[in-house]
Design a protein around this ligand. Sequence first.
Ligand code: PMP
Length: 396
Amino acid sequence: MSLFDKFQPIAEVRAELQQLGVMPFGAVTEKLLSATEGIVNGHRVILAGTNNYLGLTFDPECIAAARRALEELGTGTTGSRMANGTFREHVELERELADFFGRSHSIVFSTGYAATMGMGSTLAGPGDVIVLDADSHASIYDGVRLGGAEIIRFRHNDPADLEKRLRRLGERIQNTLIIVEGVYSMMGDQAPLAEIAEVKRRHGGMLLVDEAHSLGMLGEHGRGVAEAAGVEDEVDFIVGTFSKSLGAIGGYCVSNHAELDTIRFAIRSYIFTASPSPSVVASTRVALRLLQQRPELRERLWENAERLYEGLKQLGLRVSPQLSPVIAVTVEDRRQAIDWWNRLMERGAYVNLVMPPASPTPASLLRCSVSAAHSSEQIDRIIEAFASLQATAGTP
Ligand code: PMP
């Protein structure tokens, strides 16, 4: 026995991939030609799995703001928010986020992972209860396990199952935190948040929604699924990330609970890590403004989503159940998924290969995500890449 024995399953998968001559995890982006095209592992490809929903990574205003901050404030803060790492930029972004979401309080974190993990681990501790969607993201699971609360899972997107579990809690509902995501990251399906909020209204507890993928994507103002479902008042905490529609890195939590400002001083993933670099915060602030000023980006995103979703469906592929900018093609056989991922790359489409346990089912996924920056012609080229696979390999 050695410390390394437990890594054997990972080593076996890596050996299998190496034998197939494919290295999908950690493929190297050698050069970017735009927000939607680049050279990856030597292939010129359309970027079809970036989560860059609004396509803002190359926005000239975002870049100019980042460049200015870099010159004026340097490359990094070199410290935690609690020590030397709170700059005026962080405080201003917190205010802008609170205003955008119509909430009184907000915290900026260094990553989305730190935000979700930090809130999950701090809000509920020993003696408390967490009731969460079974398909929750790893950052949610990591957080709640660390916190030490009792963890109860309900069936994915099933408000009736949530209700059953809340009913059983009795008095303990007062110490219960319910956690769901807005749009689920792998399949792109939305939480039935109106029904979930109704269950919460009837039974009690607090509700935290991770809107990592839905910010800028859904809702009249782009605030996410809670806005789209008209239930923002029932959501106690919204967490999310700057790494998708805002094109940077970092995370946030917003709330109307004044206690958030006290809780801030107990969140270890906030306290014991350096704050985001000024250039990152500066580009995020501009991106948040553009998200509000340019609703046409959201429209374009959904046009592209529909074009790809319908195109892949017409090929007879097993696409995600719900139309979304995240479109996963299910491939039962792992080897076939690897082979297809590789051939898609050769044919100019770079998608995400997702294998269990990262996929929510025992099958593998070829996960695509579209951007407002994709042209219709690029979307058609992604569809053609899938079509050419099928011509040689049959429908999965
Ligand atoms: N929550 C969800 C639902 C996510 O999908 C992700 C990232 N994939 C995160 C949190 C973490 O965000 P980040 O990668 O920006 O740290």
